[in-house]
Design a protein around this ligand. Structure first.
Ligand code: FPP
Length: 245
């Protein structure tokens, strides 16, 4: 097993994206309600952000509620929104102490006012923190994000600010929800599914993927270190031929 001190501190992923899957299964296995799984998932996220900051990771994107999750039972949706509000209120002090900047990705339309208000407050309060950025993806869809960027580009062209041929990868990247974040180096998915589920589709083009069977509430520092060790053992090629001797 890789220990924290065995990681190469010069090759830390700058940005880790996490699909926090398996809360429901975890709860069912413990004989608990699904909402309890989400609560434990929130505690795991709290710990993971602090551990990632200690390891020198600059940003963490957490898939908290997808644009497709509205189809879940009403009580689960309401429970998740209430959990987010509660957590943002409860965490603000710790986030200030730990130097965590909180940002949100996803469409505002559809989110309850209370959730938006709490995010606006947390983002404003923590905007000066620079140890780690926590990007909470809520009402987020990767395709929506690309559509939103494309609409802005089309509007710019329609207004005569750019020519259509100026719409390129750089321009679209600059129109994503948080262009200031580097693309994720590492995408972690818990609970074993081998898919990306509409998460950060544009940004993960060259991310290394780490899938673990561990259910999100059981995700520990050991597992985070293992994921980073796996990432550091890989050769990133970006489509080129690399001599691996
Ligand atoms: C997927 O597991 C998880 C979610 C849809 C919710 C993730 C939310 C959290 C971890 C809480 C984060 C809280 C804050 C405050 C940011 P699932 O329910 O689909 O699990 P299953 O596939 O086992 O049913």
């Amino acid at each position: 097993m890789t220990e924290r001190h065995e990681l190469d501190m010069n090759r830390m992923p700058e940005h880790i994206a996490i699909i926090m899957d398996g809360n429901g299964r975890w709860a069912t296995r413990q004989g608990m309600e699904r909402s309890q799984g989400h609560f434990h998932g929130y505690r795991t996220l709290h710990n993971t952000v602090i551990q990632a900051a200690e390891l020198g990771v600059g940003a963490l994107s957490a898939y908290t509620f997808s644009s497709e999750n509205w189809s879940r039972p009403d009580n689960e949706v309401t429970g998740l929104m209430d959990l987010v509000v509660m957590a943002l209120r409860a965490e603000i002090e710790v986030m200030m102490e730990e130097g965590v900047r909180i940002i949100r990705s996803g469409r505002r339309e559809g989110l309850p006012q209370e959730v938006l208000g709490e995010f606006d407050y947390a983002s404003e309060q923590t905007q000066g923190n620079d140890r780690i950025t926590l990007n909470i993806c809520l009402n987020y869809g990767g395709r929506n994000e690309i559509v939103d960027a494309a609409r802005q580009a089309a509007q710019m062209a329609f207004d005569g600010k750019i020519a259509p041929k100026e719409i390129d990868e750089n321009l679209l990247s600059s129109l994503m929800y948080h262009p200031e974040l580097p693309d994720p180096d590492l995408l972690i998915r818990t609970a074993g599914e081998m898919r990306v589920s509409n998460f950060l589709l544009w940004e993960i083009a060259y991310s290394e993927i780490y899938v673990t069977q561990t259910l999100w509430p059981d995700f520990s520092e050991d597992e985070l270190v293992r994921a980073i060790a796996a990432y550091q053992s890989r050769t990133r090629k970006y489509g080129a031929v690399v001599d691996e001797q």
